[in-house]
Design a protein. Structure first.
Lengths: 293, 355
């Protein structure tokens, strides 16, 4: 039984890492209706930039600031060069544009900084910690705490600031928001910049875990089922979805793996998400679409 | 002048419904097919067959498969490579386990297996749409790859999961030389394009377009959504499965499940974005672009002084240019290269005397 709880908690903590990536999606989807496939590429770009700066002797916080500035610049550029010309086009078109965008960003990141694997040391030991008889990874606990801080910061941004009010207005009804004078383009730029920041945080944590390399951009594929289960429009949904995916895939690997063969964590979340969709097509916390002819 | 319709009248309804209404179009197609079947095998060399023409034809077919599903029926899919893999591995197993089965029959059976798998993963499309559907097709992508690697039976217990082409013989003739493989591919691809192009303008094709444009409205005017969507998945799966079998056996010769990974799915999606969603010609244009563009880029790089750009950088550059092109196409020409061709044709119709 203790083993079961260890696996469960390990899975939940791993799920927090998925949620971190998923939050970036949710922010962008909420404000601009774009399903941003390039989020994974942004995670890679941020992590690669950060670690390359560190290796060139830039101090930690300066590297963080420079990377953040780059992500903001990237967001402004994307808004200007991709989103603005594609305004009012179908969501599928926008999705495909972000697919192209992910190629550009991945190519640029690797062209700038090279394709080799970089180690990233955040100064958190990965020694297991014993808590109430259970062995837990310190690093995972730290990641969970970071996610919690991030969610609180985001909810403060959304609920307590003027720009947050504009963001919520746009998410609610873009036309009405525009009618009362919210500048849509600026909101998009802000939201992409915030998503870039979330991508940076996710990139640092994932990079410390896996090493900073190309496969970081594939975490986007891990975040997809999380989004489906949680719903595309809810930050708390992303957290809950991440926990569900993380826990269930670890449990499936441990308890189902011996029966049908290991390595099923690659597709298990997707099948889980599919089953979920059959019951709740808009996810746990997503908004139900109302369709009229 | 080149494309003038003067003097060509439709005297029967059947004339109006022809695929190529103009004599120029029909003659052009006949000339093109004659050249492809007779001229190219005489003129081409092995490099052209193996490195350019065969992948071009197979990718066109795969593009057509995805285009029927995404361009015509409006169901976005990221699992094309999985259906190709099913086609390839099923064909291999039919050849292996049913000795004496003709090659073409096992390719068709392989395509049907892929169709079956596609229907299975298409089932959720009834209840979910748009982005949520991506998940279902991605599930297919990951699950199929996992299953093919995991269960050795599919690759006849080959230690690295690799399958090798069966002898390429049709009706006693050997097609294993590069020119032979080209002809075999060309034959299958032409037949399937004939089928696909006609399907797209049949009642079924019109139903697909209605569902694509608005499925609620389509249901209201009496189009059975379940049947229409599942048929789109099945037919698309069939085309992709045959394409997969050709890819494995006439192009590569040996293939492992990893050869059909997510980036292959993206490649096929790019073919139809660049070529043109909902266009038959677009599949050829997009595939030609995808095959020729990397060659062009690497040839350009050799013009630069040696050491100026290495292979890794070239790959990055290629990726970036591709991404930029995708975005540019979506912004400037959402209907792809096929639309450019259509414009050119309209020009050619009036040339050289414009209004």
């Amino acid at each position: 039984m203790e083993f079961f709880f260890e696996v469960l908690i390990g899975g939940l903590l791993a799920g927090v890492m998925y949620s971190l990536v998923a939050i970036g999606f949710v922010l962008i989807y909420k404000a601009s209706g774009v399903f941003n496939f390039a989020q994974g590429a942004m995670v890679l770009f941020a992590a690669l930039t950060f670690v390359s700066l560190l290796e060139r002797g830039v101090p930690f916080w300066a590297a963080f600031a420079v990377t953040l500035a780059l992500m903001v610049a990237l967001a402004l550029l994307i808004e200007r060069a991709v989103l603005r010309p594609l305004v009012n086009r179908s969501p599928i078109t926008l999705f495909m544009a972000t697919l192209g965008l992910s190629y550009v960003i991945e190519g640029a990141a690797q062209a700038l900084w090279g394709a080799q694997v970089h180690g990233l040391e955040l100064g958190i030991s990965d020694e297991p910690l014993e808590l109430g008889g259970l062995l837990l990874s310190q690093f995972d606990l730290f990641a969970a705490a970071t996610a919690a801080v991030l969610v609180i910061a985001l909810s403060l941004l959304f609920n307590r600031t003027r720009i947050g009010l504009a963001l919520r207005a746009v998410a609610d009804d873009p036309l009405a928001a525009q009618a009362v004078g919210v500048r849509l383009q600026r909101v998009w730029a802000v939201v992409w910049a915030v998503a870039g920041f979330v991508g940076l945080v996710a990139g640092l944590l994932w990079g410390a875990r896996l090493g900073v390399q190309f496969s970081l951009s594939l975490v986007v594929l891990k975040a997809l089922p999380v989004l489906i289960i949680g719903g595309f429009t809810s930050v708390s949904g992303a957290i809950v979805g991440g926990l569900l995916v993380g826990a269930s895939e670890k449990l499936a690997e441990v308890y189902l793996g011996p029966w049908i063969g290991g390595g099923l964590e690659n597709w298990f979340p997707y099948v889980l998400a599919l089953l979920f969709l059959l019951v709740r097509p808009a996810g746990l916390f997503g908004e139900r679409a109302i369709e009229r002819v | 002048m080149l494309y003038r319709e003067a003097g060509q009248f439709s005297v029967r309804y059947a004339d109006d419904r022809r695929f190529f209404r103009l004599r120029q179009g029909r003659l052009g197609l006949a000339a093109l097919l004659t050249f492809a079947f007779l001229g190219v095998p005489l003129l081409g060399n092995d490099y052209w067959f193996s490195a350019i023409l065969i992948p071009f034809l197979v990718l066109s077919l795969a593009g057509l498969g995805l285009n029927l599903l995404t361009g015509y029926a409006g169901q976005l899919s990221l699992g094309s490579a999985a259906f190709m893999a099913v086609g390839a591995f099923a064909t291999y197993n039919f050849e292996l386990r049913l000795p004496g089965l003709p090659l073409l029959a096992s390719i068709v059976l392989g395509g049907l297996s892929a169709a079956l798998v596609a229907v299975l993963f298409g089932l959720p499309s009834l209840r979910i749409k748009g982005f949520y559907l991506i998940v279902s097709t991605l599930a297919a992508q990951f699950f199929v790859q996992w299953a093919l690697t995991r269960f050795g039976w599919f690759s006849n217990y080959n230690s690295s999961g690799v399958i090798t082409a069966p002898p390429l013989q049709v009706a006693g003739l050997d097609f294993s030389s590069p020119a032979g493989r080209y002809l075999l591919t060309l034959g299958v691809v032409s037949a399937l394009f004939w089928l696909g192009a006609n399907l797209a303008r049949s009642e079924l094709g019109r139903n697909w377009m209605a569902v694509r444009d608005m499925d609620t409205a389509a249901a209201v005017i009496g189009i059975p959504l379940l049947k229409t969507k599942l048929l789109a998945f099945a037919i698309s799966g069939f085309f992709l499965g045959v394409a997969g079998a050709l890819w494995a056996f006439t192009y590569l010769g040996t293939v492992e499940p990893h050869g059909f990974d997510l980036s292959r799915s993206f490649q096929i999606l790019f073919i139809i974005i660049i070529g043109g969603l909902g266009s038959i010609l677009g599949n050829f244009l997009g595939a030609a672009f995808i095959v020729l563009f990397p060659l062009l880029l690497s040839n350009l790089a050799t013009l630069l002084p040696a050491g100026f750009i290495d292979a890794g950088q070239l790959e990055n550059l290629q990726k970036m240019v591709f991404g930029v092109l995708i975005i540019l196409f979506l912004i400037k020409e959402p209907e792809g290269l096929a639309r450019l061709w259509q414009r050119f044709r309209e020009r050619a119709r009036l040339w050289p005397l414009r209004y």
